[in-house]
Design a protein around this ligand. Structure first.
Ligand code: 16G
Ligand code: ZN
Length: 535
């Protein structure tokens, strides 16, 4: 590597002086004009990581998901499509904050020698971006870093976040027994479409599904997928709405999964027929929320907890029908935000273990991988199901003793291909929900009857310094500041079946308080009281 060229390239993409950058739960995410220098430096880190891992491809995704259009973000994806390993988050933060170009070069070389990375060995990075206009300059900065450090790279242009995760895994498994799919966007559509048909097993999806795409990348990508799904065979009838990606200012504006989940109402411009099934994706298509909006019965939402319990119920029935209940361990992973009624339903009715982790996909994903079939969803609609290699092998190799067992085994094998194994994927999750509803011959109303959510309230609390709030027990209790948890406990004790917790946000400079209780009034009151404790 030529030091002078490195410095010259870096000078084109400076970081913003005085700003402290941190690799958080969603990578580096902020106003886009703070990011070109970050993107350049992420290119450096991604290249180092690839070299460290013997040249396996590392992914980089440029997106700010459900955040407003002026924001953007840069996130690193590990070779199997997982989130970046935690130790490397610190390396990324260190490198990005180097105050001058010279210090950046020095830190880069120091990291390489500390981590025993040969800077002449091959490295590879693949990347994509969502529809935000600021993505252009961020990609340029990223490519400049890869170019100057001699890393081979492929620009997959505009993608959903889960597509980038898919491609990263495909690149690294191509030609091996663990090959995940064809290394192309078309390969992704082909895999999903074929698996969808196989998983339906001759059943047809009933009625129309209205999909709100948040005016993000999910709109055009879903349209591409629908071109290859045979409508006559599947009955899949989709109406895409909010798919305007040409006016950047409307991205995530009054629509999308985050809007629906936080506002607890349908996007105002959606005028669904009373019997219509609706769902919303977020700006980069990794979150999914279902709902109906009826003039008489009103709005009803089926969030990540519902999608989780639906998947868990379907998969555990299939495993039983396949006679594998003694061989495969199924479990569900939730966070503190999961509605208590969903946890009770999964533990008591479905008789499945539930494990809790802190917020953030990397924690849930990791915990889910401890099961043969691990179902994880955050209440906000991000999640997936992961299957162990052993589970996939058993689905393929078990010799069925009856037609029912054969059917169950083949369905399990198909859903193993349908559900994105790398990360939560709204489009793949949506196909999975449609498959399950078709198998069960359920409407959204049938699905909704499985349990009744406890009334809950989430509030955002401005605090002087959010970093003093430290948690334990999967974020369900505060360990600091001293005494705060005792006060919360005292408050909660005054209600029946109530629960509340406070935690520092990982993405904003604020705390969040969640409360649930037997009635709406009590949940609101409890949230307000707990908020006043931490204020
Ligand atoms: C990030 C996380 C999301 C989590 C959210 C919580 C990933 C890919 N994304 O967006 O899973 O729900 O942060 O935000 O891990 P908060 O810490 O501000 O409440
Ligand atoms: Zn997202």
């Amino acid at each position: 590597m030529d030091d002078a060229k490195f410095l010259e390239a870096s000078a084109k993409h400076p970081i913003v002086e005085g700003h402290v950058y941190k690799y958080g739960t969603a990578g580096f995410r902020m106003k886009a004009d703070l990011l070109p220098g970050v993107s350049f430096r992420v290119g450096l880190i991604a290249g180092l990581r690839s070299r460290k891992l013997n040249g396996q491809a590392i992914g980089v995704m440029i997106t700010a998901s459900h955040n407003p259009a002026p924001d953007n973000g840069v996130k690193i994806v590990d070779p199997m499509g997982e989130m970046l390993e935690q130790d490397w988050e610190a390396h990324a933060t260190l490198l990005v904050n180097a105050p001058t170009h010279e210090e950046l070069l020095e830190t880069y070389k120091k990291l390489a020698s500390q981590l025993k990375i040969d800077l002449n060995s091959p490295g590879r990075v693949v990347y994509g971006r969502d529809t935000r206009p600021s993505g252009h300059s961020l990609v340029t900065a990223l490519a400049d870093a890869l170019e100057v450090t001699g890393i081979e790279y492929t620009d997959y242009k505009i993608l959903t976040t889960p597509q980038l995760h898919y491609l990263t895994r495909c690149v690294n498994t191509e030609g091996t027994p663990k090959a995940y799919g064809e290394v192309s966007e078309a390969g992704y559509y082909k895999k999903l479409s074929e698996a969808f048909v196989r998983a339906l097993r001759g059943r047809k999806v009933q009625g129309q599904l209205i999909v709100d795409c948040a005016n993000g990348v999910g709109g055009p990508k879903l349209a591409e997928l629908l071109k290859v799904i045979p409508k006559d065979v599947t009955g899949f009838n989709v109406k895409i709405v909010n798919d305007d990606v040409l006016r950047p200012e409307v991205l995530n504006l009054d629509c999308g999964a985050d809007f629906v989940k936080t506002k607890q109402r349908a996007p105002p411009n959606l005028k669904p027929a009373p019997e219509a099934r609706c769902c919303s994706l977020d700006g980069d298509a990794d979150r999914l929320i279902y709902y109906w909006a009826d003039p008489d019965s009103g709005f009803f939402m089926l969030d990540g907890d519902r999608i989780s319990s639906l998947n868990a119920s379907f998969l555990s029935d299939l495993v039983r029908s396949a006679g594998l209940q003694e061989d495969l361990r199924i479990g569900v992973v939730q966070t503190a935000y999961a509605n208590g009624a969903s946890t009770t339903y999964i533990e008591k009715n479905l008789q499945l273990p539930v494990v809790f982790t802190p917020t953030g996909v990397k924690h849930l994903h990791h915990a889910a991988c401890q099961f043969d079939i691990g179902v994880y969803f955050e209440a906000n609609g991000h999640g997936t199901v992961v299957f162990s290699q052993e589970a996939l092998r058993v689905f393929r190799e078990t010799k069925p003793q009856s037609p029912a067992q054969k059917d169950a085994l083949e369905t399990l094998a198909a859903v193993g291909d349908l559900i994105n194994q790398t990360v939560g994927d709204a489009i793949s999750d949506m196909l999975m929900v449609e498959v399950i509803l078709a198998h069960k011959a359920w409407s959204l109303q049938d699905w909704a009857t499985t349990y009744t959510d406890l009334p809950n309230r989430l509030v955002r609390v401005e605090v002087a310094n959010k970093d003093i709030f430290e948690t334990t027990d999967a974020e369900r209790r505060l360990s600091h500041p001293a005494g705060a948890q005792d006060e919360i406990d005292q408050c909660v004790r005054k209600y029946t079946t109530a629960r509340s917790f406070a935690r520092a946000s990982g993405t904003e400079n604020a705390c969040r308080v969640y409360a649930e209780a037997a009635t709406r009034h009590e949940a609101d009151e409890l949230a307000t009281k707990v908020a006043s404790i931490i204020k």
